[in-house]
Design a protein around this ligand. Structure first.
Ligand code: SF4
Length: 222
């Protein structure tokens, strides 16, 4: 790892107290769902009225996901928070801004990837989603993965990493190690919200992001 790269990454990821310049990413919202084909639209429509679990009772909006439906990489978090529930968009607010800076660090814009969660409705109080909420929601995620057919999946944080790796190991043991989900290479990394609370974790995140970039570059060349 070159020190210059790390320093630039830490700077881009908000390592200083004043707001950093945004990395060229348009600030206007990406469309809620960029519909690539009818099946994707039908899936989003189905989720919009879903009442398969208790999370439907207090949600304001279903947060299906957004981005390029033909993306090479999907980022998958645990579930919508308060701002996401209000807006209907995944990863907005501070954690979303940090995710955008992470993407920028590996040469990607938000609208070039697909971002979603393992549950599409907000768990109350931002608690982790429970198994009887994750399980009924899994078919939506699995169909998103099938339709998008990404080269790489990235699990953001512990709940998504546990769900997709099928283990309950600490995120510190999972992050940075390639796994797979339904045959797609999967990289667990720290959740951006954790990195906001624990800035020192950004150094490990940088190592993980480099592995993701290397995999994407090799896939593009192949
Ligand atoms: S979290 Fe998933 S399964 Fe539960 S109501 Fe929302 S869309 Fe349906």
């Amino acid at each position: 790892m070159r020190a210059r790269d790390l320093n630039r990454f830490l700077k881009d990821m908000g390592w200083r107290s004043s707001p950093v310049a945004q990395p060229g990413t348009p600030r206007s919202p990406v469309k809620e769902v960029i519909v690539g084909d009818d099946r994707f639209a039908a899936l989003a429509h189905s989720a919009s009225g879903c009442t398969l679990c208790r999370l439907s009772e207090k949600r304001q909006k279903v947060v299906f996901g957004e981005g390029d439906p033909h993306a090479a990489v999907m980022f998958i978090g645990e579930g919508p928070g308060a701002e996401e529930d209000r807006s209907g968009r995944p990863f907005v607010g501070q954690a979303g801004q940090l995710l955008e800076r992470m993407l920028f660090a590996i040469g990607l814009r938000r609208d070039q990837v697909y971002i979603t969660n393992i549950v599409k409705c907000r768990p109350p109080g931002n608690r982790d989603p429970k198994e009887d909420e994750v399980a009924p929601c899994a078919p939506y995620l699995d169909q998103q993965i099938e339709l998008i057919a990404p080269s790489v999946l990235v699990a953001l944080g512990k709940p998504a990493s546990h769900r997709l790796t099928g283990t309950t190991k600490p995120i510190s043991a999972l992050r940075g190690r390639w796994a797979s989900y339904k045959g797609v290479p999967l990289m667990p990394i720290f959740h951006p919200a954790y990195m906001l609370r624990t800035p020192s974790a950004k150094r490990e995140a940088w190592e993980d992001l480099k592995k993701i970039k290397q995999r994407l570059d090799s896939t593009a060349r192949g």
